[in-house]
Structures are given as C-alpha cells and as structure tokens.
Design a protein around this ligand. Structure first.
Ligand code: AMP
Length: 480
C-alpha cells in the first residue's frame, strides 16, 4: 500500500528535491530525517494514538507531520492558519486531540524535534487499511464545519488510480490548494509516490500575481493540480503560456465545472498539453471519475467529468432512489472503495446511505450518463463553489445569525451565464434600533468564517416575497 511505497522512497535518502516553498528546497533525505524524528516523538508522546491536529500553512513540517502521523498509526487533521480562531476551536472541540502540532506543540518545538541529527530509523508502519488516514473539515450547513473521515484504504485506492491516469514519474508537481482542502491530497501523495518535487505556491505568493508567475517560471513544473478558477485567473495574463512553463505537460482539474473557454485557451497557449477533468466530493476521497481532453472543444456539449474509476460505481437516481434511464438527469450516487467512513460525530448522516446492500454517498450533485461517461449538471441544494471553494450558503447564514444584532439573513449566490458564481451577497435585516454599517458586519463575520466565505453585505428593511410566499432571491439580487 502507499505507505510502504512512501517509506521505501524516503529510505533511499535521495538528494533530489522533495519539497520547495518560497525559494527553500528540502531533499528526500532531509524529509526522511524530519519524518523519522516526528514519528518517534509521536509514538512516545501519543501512546493512545489519538488523532493529531496539524496546524499551520504550507511549511515543510506540515507535510512531514502528515507522513509521520500515518506511519505511526495516527489520524491527522490538517488545519490551515487562514481559518479564523473561533472556527479552529470548533474543529478542535470535535476532534479532542492530545497533540496539536503548530498549537500545543509550537512551531519552534516541532522544528527543533524534526531537525535532530541523531535520528532513529522507521521499522514499523502502524496504520491499518481500515484506520482513518485523515479528517478533512469542510463547510457544514449548520454553521459548524463537518469532518470527513477518510480511511487508509480510501486514500490508497485514490492514489493508485491517480498514478494510472496521470503516469507521472519523477517530475515537478505544482501545489495550489491549502492542505486543509482535499484538492491538495492529489499533489501531496502523487508527489511522494512518483518521487517528484512538490512545488508549493504559498498563501503569500497567491496574493501577488507577479510572484505567482515568477514561481511558476522557476518551478520547471510539468504537472499541476488545480481548480478551473485558479487556471482562469492565470489565463487572464497573456504571459501564462509555454514560454513561462516550457515543461508543463499535464493539468489535473478537479473541484468545479471546467469550461470549454478554459480548455481552448490552454490549448492555444501550451503545445501538447494533456488536460484531465476529474470529479468527486471530499466524502469520496478527492475524485472518482476522470476524462482526458485531447483537443479543442468545439461542439455545444458540456465537458464530461468522465469515466468512473474501476472500484467505484456511479448511479443516477430519481427522488425515489430508482436508477433513471441513460441520458436523463438525476442525483449522482457513489458506491465503492472511494466512499469515506462518513462524518465525525453524528451530523448529517443522511447523505451516507445503504444502497443495494452497500455503503453509498448521496452527492447532492445532479448529472447524467451518456455512453458510459458522466456529465455534471448542477447542485440540487444551497452548496456552491466560489473561486474553487466549497461553501454551504446556510453555513454563512447561520454564522451571520450568530451576530446578536441581526434579525434575518439570506445569502444568495450571484451566477453568470455559465452558472459560475461571481459573488455572494448576504442580505440582512437588522434588529430594531441597531446602527451597524455593512463594513462593520463584514468585519465581525470575518472572526467567524474564513475570508473566502465572507459575502458582500447588503442591509435591507424587508425581503421581497414570490408567489409561494418565499423570499424572492432573484428580485433581491436585481435590486442589489
Ligand atoms: P469538494 O468536496 O470541495 O471536492 O467539492 C465537491 C463538489 O465540487 C462536488 O460535489 C461537485 O458539486 C463539485 N465538483 C467537483 N468536481 C467537479 C467537476 N469536475 N465539475 C463540476 N463540479 C465539480
């Protein structure tokens, strides 16, 4: 399984680059030392093998800790430091860890531990196939993030499949996403099993277009895992082309709808680029379908999300959970090796169901199958993707409701003709005699939810109603 492969590669102690962040690179040999030191520290200090929180950004100790936790038989929970403290506390409360690397084990302490020169080897891998490998927290409709428990078997199946469809070997892989998002799982583990360099774009770099381009150029990368939103952003600049990244040969997309305009622009800027579209929710371990696009898209059809990985089945079902005819739209239901162990605690168990006697995940995504290939249509609920981030609009609403001066709130996603969210607006009604500005509300909200979830705020005195007596969201947006 992948941990055997990873340990074997680390033990070669290669001087090849394993990890590069902001002009600093670490070799496989150094990474092995870091992992060994953290592994032995964890075995000593966390004898009950309680889950370990790994808090920070994209520093090398994050990746070294993930590997060390897994080898030591402990589940890790990655938390990015851009998440506001109150939300981090909500996660920590649910996990109840003994050790939180980057928190109760400070960054200074973990660097001290991992840099110890006289380290002991790793002889045992403690994680079992059904153990939980990691828990990734995602937006929860109640206003509290929910943890998805992914097993070692789930991850092993995902990475084996990704190795097959990408064929990457000893390359340079660009990382875009924070480690607390499951998009990063692909580059985190593909880089290790393919003995590649993991080239990291940090949050700081992300804020500066010039810096991003400088890093992309420096990376010499041949492989990129990205959301369409991120690549669309890069494509805004004409210099994002094969001169900037002469070796780039594959982009693996996941997380949101890939548009033909994105594909066609990429073909016009990069010769012979391989574009892979993939689809899947965090609850099914990164992705479950893939589709390789080989040429310009010139028909009116949607880009498929693809063919299902071998150990997974996809059904398109109606409201009564009966399979619909081929070509008809219904909800996408997933069964098989990628379906995770469910959520931490007993929240929203209803989306993990039994189907035909096996465990299944009801995605909430609408789609259809044509000639054995899956197409994504849209969501059936209030979950959206904004700039590549998964957001429950009710998560935003419930956090706004927690502000004690708010009477009513409704969050609405403003979409363009391609059904892509261009912004989120929260319409609020203040309690009587409250004097707060839209800016002040946003400021208070930022203490509760991450920046990417914070909507534009619009104070209104009432909500317009439609014929059914419900809030008329369209009208609200028109008046915005
Ligand atoms: P996440 O858990 O953040 O990976 O988000 C999962 C959701 O993103 C899915 O349930 C879909 O709604 C959406 N999604 C993922 N991949 C694609 C894709 N290739 N095309 C369209 N939507 C996607």
């Amino acid at each position: 399984m992948i941990l055997d492969d990873i340990l074997k590669i680390l033990k070669k102690r290669l001087s090849d680059k394993a990890y590069t962040l902001d002009n600093e690179s670490y070799s496989y040999k150094q990474l092995y030392k870091f992992v060994c030191n953290i592994y032995h520290f964890l075995l000593k200090e966390n004898k009950e093998k309680r889950p370990v929180v790994v808090y920070g950004h994209k520093e090398i100790y994050m990746k070294a800790s993930f590997i060390a936790c897994s080898l030591a038989g402990m589940t890790y929970i990655p938390i990015d430091e851009s998440i506001p403290n109150s939300r981090v506390e909500q996660i920590i409360k649910q996990v109840n860890p003994l050790l939180s690397i980057g928190k109760n084990i400070s960054k200074e302490k973990i660097y001290e531990i991992m840099n110890e020169e006289n380290y002991s080897e790793i002889h045992n891998i403690y994680l079992k196939p059904d153990d939980i490998y990691y828990i990734i927290f995602t937006s929860g409709s109640t206003g509290v993030p929910k943890g998805v428990k992914v097993t070692y078997k789930n991850l092993d199946s995902c990475i084996e499949w990704l190795k097959n469809i990408t064929k990457i070997d000893k390359g340079v892989i660009i990382n875009q996403a924070n480690f607390s998002f499951d998009l990063s799982v692909a580059d985190l583990y593909l880089s290790l099993v393919s003995q590649s360099e993991h080239f990291i774009i940090s949050n700081d770099t992300m804020l500066d277009f010039n810096k991003i381009f400088e890093q992309l150029n420096k990376s010499n990368a041949n492989f990129m895992v990205a959301t369409p939103s991120f690549v669309d952003l890069l494509l805004l600049d004409k210099s994002f082309n094969s001169k900037l990244m002469p070796n780039l040969h594959t982009i693996l997309f996941c997380g949101e709808k890939l548009l033909k305009t994105t594909v066609n622009k990429l073909y016009s800027r990069f010769n012979d680029i391989k574009i892979i579209n993939s689809y899947g929710p965090t609850e099914c371990t990164f992705a479950v379908t893939s589709y390789e696009i080989n040429n310009y898209m010139d028909n009116d059809e949607n880009i498929p999300v693809g063919v299902t990985k071998k150990d997974v089945n996809i059904y398109i079902i109606d409201e009564n959970r009966n399979v619909v005819e081929e070509g008809k739209i219904g909800e996408i239901l997933i069964t098989g090796e990628s379906v995770s162990d469910g959520y931490l605690g007993d929240i929203q168990k209803s989306s993990f169901i039994q189907y035909d006697g096996v465990k299944a995940y009801l995605t909430g995504d609408l789609g259809y199958i044509k000639n054995g290939v899956l197409y994504y249509k849209e969501r059936k609920d209030k979950q959206i993707k904004f700039k590549g981030y998964r957001i429950e609009l009710t998560d935003i609403e419930n956090n706004i409701r927690k502000l004690n001066y708010i009477d009513k709130v409704i969050a609405v996603a403003n979409k363009n003709k391609d059904n892509k969210v261009i912004n989120i607006v929260a319409f609020v009604i203040l309690k009587e005699n409250i004097n707060k500005s839209e800016l002040e509300i946003r400021y208070d909200l930022k203490k509760k939810i991450p920046e990417y979830m914070c909507p534009k705020i619009k104070i209104v005195s009432s909500f317009p109603l439609n014929n059914n007596g419900k809030c008329d969201e369209k009208k609200l947006l028109e008046e915005f």
